[in-house]
Design a protein around this ligand. Structure first.
Ligand SMILES: Cc1cc2nc3c(=O)[nH]c(=O)nc-3n(C[C@H](O)[C@H](O)[C@H](O)COP(=O)(O)OP(=O)(O)OC[C@H]3O[C@@H](n4cnc5c(N)ncnc54)[C@H](O)[C@@H]3O)c2cc1C
Length: 225
């Protein structure tokens, strides 16, 4: 089970922050936070996307698979940044890994899955005993192993990500990861809860139809409307 930690550099008042930044451009009184909040809400509702870029989310994603983090890295809009746990300096001889629910529920499949993970650990230890440096033995590590990243990206990127990754057809671990992030942000502050509840949705909810070639049936395909 992965864990999301929202770091204190993340503003607890993202809507007020958006309104304050927009206020400078409108010659408004930015010292009044009540007005900033109302202006921020208006920017969000009016789809003034650039204003969302003043809100950064800094977080630690810990215990998700290297595979889902590889997908996470495809969201590059707004030049997010991140640090990732080293595969050179950390000892991965006894790495942890994610077990998909369908494998967890099938004892025979789980035994096979666990055995290959154990075998990889064993080979890692053997290579280390032969003096092979970790940066080389790390080549055998599986995508299912867990990793940790420290991530920073703006709200616009995160909202855009929800369109792709809350899609029923997105990879299940990503959907879980995204739901964990929404939960962590909702608990972080009331303004965040408001943003999560109103802005995070799959693209079909926004469009009213499904643009994917293979549709889950939640919304009609465009030509079936
Ligand atoms: C069902 C499903 C299957 C998928 N399968 C795969 C797969 O097989 N392989 C794979 O790699 N990904 C896959 N994806 C992920 C997806 O295709 C995108 O790679 C991912 O969502 C990140 O790209 P993005 O455009 O959504 O986000 P970002 O890169 O964060 O971009 C967000 C927005 O910013 C703007 N933008 C970003 N970069 C530029 C730029 N250079 N120039 C101009 N505008 C820019 C665009 O408006 C863009 O829509 C899948 C997703 C789903 C839901």
């Amino acid at each position: 089970m992965g864990k999301v930690i929202i770091l204190p550099e993340t503003s607890e008042k993202p809507i007020t922050l958006i309104g304050s930044r927009a206020g400078y451009c409108w010659g408004a009184d930015v010292s009044d936070n009540e007005k900033n909040y109302k202006r921020g809400l208006d920017c969000i509702e009016s789809n003034h996307g650039r204003t969302l870029e003043y809100v950064n989310v800094e977080m630690v994603l810990d215990g998700y698979s290297a595979r889902v983090i590889r997908e996470w890295y495809t969201h590059i809009g707004g030049a997010p940044t991140r640090l990732q746990a080293s595969t050179r300096y950390i000892n991965y001889a006894d790495f942890e890994y994610v077990t998909p629910k369908k494998i967890e529920a099938n004892p025979e499949a789980k035994a096979i899955y666990d055995s290959i993970m154990e075998k990889i650990s064993e080979v890692g230890r053997e290579l280390e005993a032969l003096g092979i440096p970790r940066e080389d033995s790390a080549m055998i590590l599986p995508l299912g192993m867990t990793t940790k990243i420290v991530d920073r990206r703006n709200l616009r990127n995160l909202i855009d990500m929800s369109r792709q990754r809350m899609c029923t057809r997105a990879y299940w671990e990503y959907r879980e990861l995204f739901s964990d992030i929404c939960k962590a942000l909702s608990e972080y502050s009331e303004e965040w809860k408001q943003i999560i509840d109103s802005q995070m949705m799959p693209k079909c909810e926004l469009l009213g139809y499904c643009p994917e070639r293979y549709c889950c049936g939640r919304k009609p395909k465009k030509n079936q409307e």
